[in-house]
Design a protein around this ligand. Structure first.
Ligand code: NAP
Length: 268
């Protein structure tokens, strides 16, 4: 730790990152691999095995020359409980007793169908399916990780929820996404109340140049919201994933956030 109280690294960590095959999750895996000690392990989850393997190669390369680090790719669909179970099997096998930090990043999410307004969501199965992936899987995965690695002296536990401005601000034609992000954020606020030893971060990464942003600016039904997303993009106001990750790493290392609070890229 430095004289300013900032941590110099994230320890010998088990890092579990969902949605690590592309976009922000893939960049976070790279950035985190530069901050952990040798002997750390990464578990990367998403559906696409090929993209996960490419992400794993980047992690290995980013950590090269700084001692050993293991990476396990877990191609799973987290919209089903079997996916969470399969991921947990990999998580358990990646942990070694000399690790002093378990860090879970709940990053995977989907935008949902933004081409329609709320009045058209009459099909409960469609809504359930969205919430199953975007809310239930994050809750059950987090609970499973905390159950597998209970509180004990010498073990830090950190849970990051990749949040959004949409957790607090409604956007017309984005009913699924806003609902999911609001529910997820409250879930992790409750966790922070219940488990004071767990460091819980709700990080809103800002607008990012990813597949999700491309969907947002091409499919949004509400003309004003769509125009806003398109203009931000054409005016160069969309961030790279690396820019946002750099901020998030700073927040993690400074370790000064109030557990459970909402930390936005633009507020740091
Ligand atoms: P993205 O490019 O769409 O990537 C989403 C990731 O989630 C991918 O790795 C995807 O991999 C994975 N995923 C999707 N469905 C899955 C499923 N059923 N099971 C397992 N993994 C699944 O999104 P992003 O822009 O990087 O977003 C990352 C996070 O930032 C999300 O939580 C998002 O809500 C948040 N965020 C994004 C923005 C933005 O402007 N982009 C702004 C604020 C917040 P596979 O397809 O291989 O499964």
């Amino acid at each position: 730790m430095s004289s300013t109280g900032t941590l110099s690294d994230l320890g010998r960590a088990l890092c579990i990152i969902t949605g690590a095959s592309r976009g922000l999750g893939r960049a976070m895996a790279r950035h985190l691999s530069e901050l952990v000690k040798p002997g750390s392990a990464f578990v990367l989850a998403a559906r696409s095995g090929d993209e996960l393997r490419a992400a794993a190669a980047e992690v290995t390369e980013a950590a090269a020359g700084r001692g050993g680090l293991s990476v396990q790719c877990v191609p799973v669909d987290l919209s089903h409980s079997d996916g969470v179970k399969e991921l947990m099997e990999a998580v358990r096998t990646s942990f070694t007793e000399d690790m002093d930090h378990v860090l879970l990043v709940n990053n995977a999410a989907s935008l949902g169908d933004v081409s329609r307004y709320m009045r058209s969501f009459t099909n409960m199965a469609e809504v359930d399916s969205y919430l199953s992936f975007n809310v239930s899987s994050a809750l059950c995965l987090t609970a499973s990780v905390l159950e597998a690695f209970p509180r004990r002296p010498g073990l830090r536990r950190t849970v990051v929820n990749v949040s959004s401005l949409c957790s607090v601000k409604p956007y017309s034609s984005w009913v699924l996404y806003c609902t999911g992000k609001a529910a997820r954020e409250m879930m992790f606020r409750v966790l922070a109340e219940e488990e004071p030893d767990v460091r819980v971060l709700n990080y809103a990464p800002g607008p990012l140049d990813t597949d999700m942003y491309q969907l947002a600016r091409s499919r949004t039904a509400d003309p004003a919201v769509k125009k806003n997303f398109s203009e931000r993009f054409t005016q160069g106001q969309v961030l790279t994933c690396d820019e946002s990750c750099t901020k998030m790493m700073k927040v993690l290392l400074e370790d000064k956030y109030v557990s459970g609070s909402h930390v936005d890229f633009y507020d740091v």
